[in-house]
Design a protein. Structure first.
Length: 321
């Protein structure tokens, strides 16, 4: 039986690289496309010698031509951290528009199934809590965060248009805050920020009073949800995330405790358009995918902290050498 072939854009990124590993393990042949603007070749180092894995450094905002059979096109290319998409605003908009257009075009040409990695940011600063897939969102289209929010909203609209007009079998994963191994030390999102600060005994930076909430999904749980979605017959957007909600101040205190850090907490002004609450309604994923997260926050943080400790050690060794 021939191997199923999947193209994964952004495959050297945090989530993309974990997905590459999972699908190789499941017997897929993987073609990984990444321009390495935010991804790292180290994330896929263990796969480079695998005969079922091919890496191509490529910018998917340009036309994509790949010979041979393709069964799945999985579009994960995009800056995802506020630090990255505020640094790369036009590139973020281009990969959400042109990149989505090109990957959908590839799926159409190959009659492949298509999955879009969307985001909870399509809900903006939500007026509904928790957020279900039926909620249309509360987004500032011209705000600083709009470059990411609107890129993903446009991506979803184009994906559904290709499904309706060209009958492409499309899936949309609305991914809520996810964390774990392979996040960059300088990623800029709250968990790597807090862990990096705590391990070096620097102050943990909390914005506002720290009462804003987030829910945090460990990477292995998310990948399981994505894998089930890939194999499903679902075409409408579906939330994937952990519905347990934490205040940012609680998260900071927990990370200080788990790292046994001497860090203190300092407070800074809340960024513009920063959502006050974020929590997924995952009833649809439970019902249709039989999926829900299994790893609770403390367990996932311990795994992530241990990985960061190794990364910091390796970074220090490389500087000495």
């Amino acid at each position: 039986m021939a191997k199923r072939v999947a193209v994964i854009t952004g495959g050297a990124g945090f989530i993309g690289s974990h997905l590459c590993e999972r699908l190789v393990m499941e017997g897929f042949k993987i073609i990984c496309l990444d321009n390495l603007s935010t991804g790292k070749i180290e994330n896929i180092q263990s796969l480079l010698k695998n005969r079922g894995f091919q890496f191509i450094k490529y910018d998917v905002t340009k036309s994509i031509k790949i010979k041979g059979k393709i069964d799945y096109v999985l579009h994960f290319a995009s800056p995802a951290s506020p630090k990255d998409y505020l640094r790369l605003p036009i590139q973020t908009l281009k990969v959400g528009s042109l990149g989505t257009y090109n990957t959908l075009g590839l799926a159409k040409e190959k009659r492949a199934k298509f999955l879009l990695a969307s985001t909870s940011e399509v809900y903006g600063d939500p007026l509904v809590h928790p957020q279900s897939e039926e909620y249309w969102g509360n987004v500032n289209p011209i705000g600083l965060r709009g470059v990411y929010d609107e890129a993903k909203r446009f991506s979803e609209a184009m994906t559904m248009a290709y499904h309706r007009v060209h009958k492409i079998d499309t899936k949309i994963a609305r991914i809520f805050n996810t964390y774990g191994e392979k996040m960059r030390l300088d990623d800029g999102r709250v968990i790597p920020n807090f862990i990096s600060q705590a391990l070096s005994h620097r102050p943990l930076t909390v914005y506002g009073k720290g009462n804003q909430t987030r829910s945090f999904c460990y990477i292995s749980d998310l990948i399981e949800g994505i894998f089930r979605l890939i194999l499903s017959n679902i075409n409408e957007p579906i939330n994937l995330g952990n519905p347990v909600e934490y205040k940012i101040l609680e998260l900071a205190e927990l990370i200080i405790k788990l790292t046994q850090s001497k860090s203190r907490i300092i407070f800074k002004e809340l960024p513009v358009d920063d959502p006050s609450r974020r929590k997924p309604d995952i009833k649809t994923a439970k019902r249709l995918l039989k999926w829900q997260p299994k790893i609770m926050l403390q367990e996932g943080l311990i795994k992530t902290i241990n990985w960061f400790k190794k990364e910091i050690k390796n970074d220090r060794r490389s500087k000495i050498c």
